[in-house]
Design a protein around this ligand. Structure first.
Ligand code: BEZ
Length: 388
């Protein structure tokens, strides 16, 4: 039996409660990193994590006074494992938020789980239009792009450059399909026509028969979406098939980002559209590139930038809530009015939480995706189906 009086007990309990609250805010923030670390997108996952960690390190290892603890899952870019993988992070590991992923099909499953459980989600690559469209939610954010954005911009570029008949070639999954759809919208608006859509299952790289078909169709242009290891092989196969010298190859910049060392001369001259490039030469980007190169002995690419900005976005939300990620409305309000100081150039989030950003026109010169213009200024995703 305690010797304390009732008021003393109440005071002690209150003090304990306050202490618990304080501890919750000073305890480590558990970040679930769900990214591909194996397969064709492995390098993309690593670059995203590198970028994320670089920003945190630049803040002295803490965001809004909270240290971060990472729980990592290799999602293998496999949509069939995605629901189980994210639910392990949410239900077993009790993460405070999830950052992921690269593959659109996996991201769609993640967005559903995040919505169902109310877990904060920051998507640092996957462009699945629905993530900031029909599936949008106050606690879901994207630091990258929608599949529509660079594709639509390239449709406009290709038609302005005089192409009238195009063939498209990609993987048959959400990102490939949506990329072609976005290209079609921009291309047809300018008077172009897609005469054939070619595709193969993800993550296939057996391009030969499809390249033979392109050669027989002889279109004015080819539009393609591939990324990672497959992008390297596609660009090399396109050149080896003799197509590079006769039919311009266009695509969103994933076809040449983070891949130029391996593609060598076969990528030279290719025109792509993307929200980042290697020669922006701004003080912000130069500082980022130097810090990244020092930390990882590697040049950064678009994926590294998106990871870095995912961490910046988390920092903005946490700062506004004093480190309490449970305050979702305040977290969202801070991001909705933020101007994010990205290496790509500053951007804001649109109503559906997707970046409103410049889409650059880039050309491969040696080992660089050189920015040669702005294909589309402050391009906002239409956020189709988002009711928020
Ligand atoms: C996607 O699946 O959304 C994706 C994958 C790699 C690069 C860009 C987009």
């Amino acid at each position: 039996m305690t010797s304390k009086t009732l008021p003393a007990l109440v005071a002690a309990a209150a003090a304990a409660l306050i202490a618990t609250g304080a501890t919750a805010q000073s305890a480590k923030l558990k970040v679930g990193l769900m990214l591909p670390y194996t397969g064709t997108f492995a390098a993309l996952g690593v670059a995203i994590e590198n970028g994320f960690r670089l920003y945190v390190a630049e803040q002295g290892g803490k965001l809004a006074g909270r240290e971060l603890e990472f729980v990592k899952v290799d999602d293998e870019s496999d949509p069939s494992k995605a629901t189980d993988n994210i639910n392990k992070l949410i239900k077993r590991d009790n993460v405070d938020l999830v950052v992921g992923t690269v593959h659109s099909g996996v991201a769609l499953a993640m967005a559903k789980a995040a919505k169902d459980s109310g877990t904060m989600l920051i998507v640092p690559n996957a462009g699945a239009d629905a993530v900031t469209g029909a599936m949008c939610a106050p606690h879901i954010f994207r630091s990258s792009f929608s599949n529509w954005q660079p594709a639509y911009a390239m449709g406009e570029v290709a038609s302005k450059r005089g192409a009238r008949k195009a063939v498209t070639i990609t993987w048959a999954y959400a990102a490939g399909n949506e990329s072609v759809k976005g290209f079609r919208e921009g291309f047809e608006k300018g008077g172009g026509q897609i005469v054939k859509e070619l595709n193969l299952p993800f993550p296939g790289v057996e391009f030969q028969a499809l390249l033979t078909e392109i050669a027989s169709i002889k279109p004015d242009a080819v539009y393609t979406f591939f990324a990672g290891g497959a992008a390297v092989k596609f660009v090399k196969d396109y050149a080896a098939a003799g197509l590079k010298k006769s039919i311009p190859l266009y695509g969103p910049g994933f076809i040449t980002d983070g891949t130029l060392e391996a593609q060598g001369a076969d990528a030279d001259g290719l025109l792509t559209t993307l929200h980042y490039g290697d020669s922006l030469n701004t003080p912000r980007d130069n500082a980022f590139r130097l810090a990244y190169a020092k930390a990882y002995k590697l040049q950064p690419d678009v994926y590294a930038v998106q990871g870095y900005d995912a961490a910046q976005m988390l920092a903005i939300g946490l700062k506004a809530t004093n480190g309490d990620i449970g305050k979702k409305a305040e977290f969202a309000a801070a991001l909705e009015k933020a101007r994010i100081d990205s290496p790509r150039g500053p951007f804001v989030l649109g109503k559906s939480h997707n970046p409103v950003q410049d889409i650059y026109l880039r050309q491969v010169v040696g080992k660089e995706n050189k920015v040669i213009g702005v294909a589309s200024k402050a391009l906002a995703d239409p956020g189709r189906g988002c009711n928020m």
